[in-house]
Design a protein around this ligand. Structure first.
Ligand code: NAD
Length: 253
């Protein structure tokens, strides 16, 4: 091998969910740049194909709310990034139960199903990396986000359990916990947040999203991807079972 061009993830295969947009897309790009072959898994067909084509990966169009579709995903990934997610903003007493269930399906059950199928491959080769894109909402609650906060706290539990079970097999599992990241998921929330909090849309970013972090700016998707990539490098091989806030000191309060 020409060591001058060797990259840290050459020869590795990564599966990234929700890889057609936002943080997932940034993770897929960063992992591919580091040498991994990436399965770009998403519900959105055209954007997934576009990302896969650009990074030399493989698009897989799947609805992670459908257990059968999740169980048909490839089981040979060395790296899994559980990232796909969605938000719904409403008080508990007005929260539609079917949205609550959908959010748990996509953000908790799908990661579990993906891991139960990919961990045997990782264990067999005694190397694997699980990166769960949690949130500051995996560590703290916010009003009007019951389904999302519930799902992210559950993902934290899954991640830690996989860390314990995976350690003897060379598999690490961690959560990355960002505050507000500049993605379509956040942009779509602005109108709903304005309505629920009873404030104008123009004030949502400053008064709701940037109220708690000490750093008064949104995070860029590439900053989250850089941390996810670090967790897949040899320098992070003893780093497992952790939840890493990327939150501008939000959780320092
Ligand atoms: P995004 O809306 O930009 O991207 C989410 C992707 O997930 C989309 O491509 C969407 O098509 C896909 N997806 C949604 N439901 C799906 C389903 N049923 N099946 C398959 N794919 C599906 O969102 P984002 O902001 O990049 O969020 C990605 C992850 O990061 C989520 O888990 C989110 O909770 C987490 N996160 C986001 C922020 C933020 O501020 N944006 C902060 C902390 C954590």
């Amino acid at each position: 091998m020409d060591t001058t061009t060797a990259r840290p993830l050459d020869g590795r295969t990564a599966l990234v969910t929700g890889a057609a947009s936002g943080i997932g897309r940034a993770c897929a790009e960063a992992l591919a740049e580091a040498g991994a072959r990436v399965y770009v898994v998403d519900l959105a067909a055209d954007p997934a194909k576009e990302v896969a084509e650009r990074i030399g990966g493989q698009a897989i169009v799947a609805d992670l709310a459908d257990p059968a579709a999740v169980d048909a995903l490839p089981d040979d990934a060395d790296i899994v990034v559980n990232n796909a997610g969605l938000q719904h903003v409403a008080p508990v007493h007005e929260f539609p139960p079917e949205r609550f269930v959908l959010i748990q399906r996509v953000m908790v059950e799908a990661p579990f199903r993906i891991l139960r199928r990919t961990l045997p491959h990782m264990y067999a080769q005694e190397w694997g990396r699980v990166v769960n894109i949690s949130s500051v909402h995996g560590l703290r609650a916010s009003a009007f986000k019951s389904a999302y906060v519930t799902a992210k706290h559950a993902l934290e539990g899954l991640s830690k359990t996989v860390a314990l079970e995976g350690a003897p097999h060379g598999v690490t599992s961690n959560c990355v916990n960002p505050g507000y990241v500049r993605t379509p998921l956040v942009e779509k929330q602005i109108a709903a947040q304005a309505l629920t909090h009873g404030i104008p849309e123009s004030e949502v970013v400053e008064r709701v999203m940037l109220d708690r972090p000490a750093m008064k700016r949104l995070i860029e998707p590439a900053e989250v991807a850089a941390l996810a990539l670090f967790l897949c490098t040899p320098a992070a091989s003893y780093l497992t079972g952790a939840s890493l806030p990327l939150d501008g000191a939000w959780t320092a309060h």
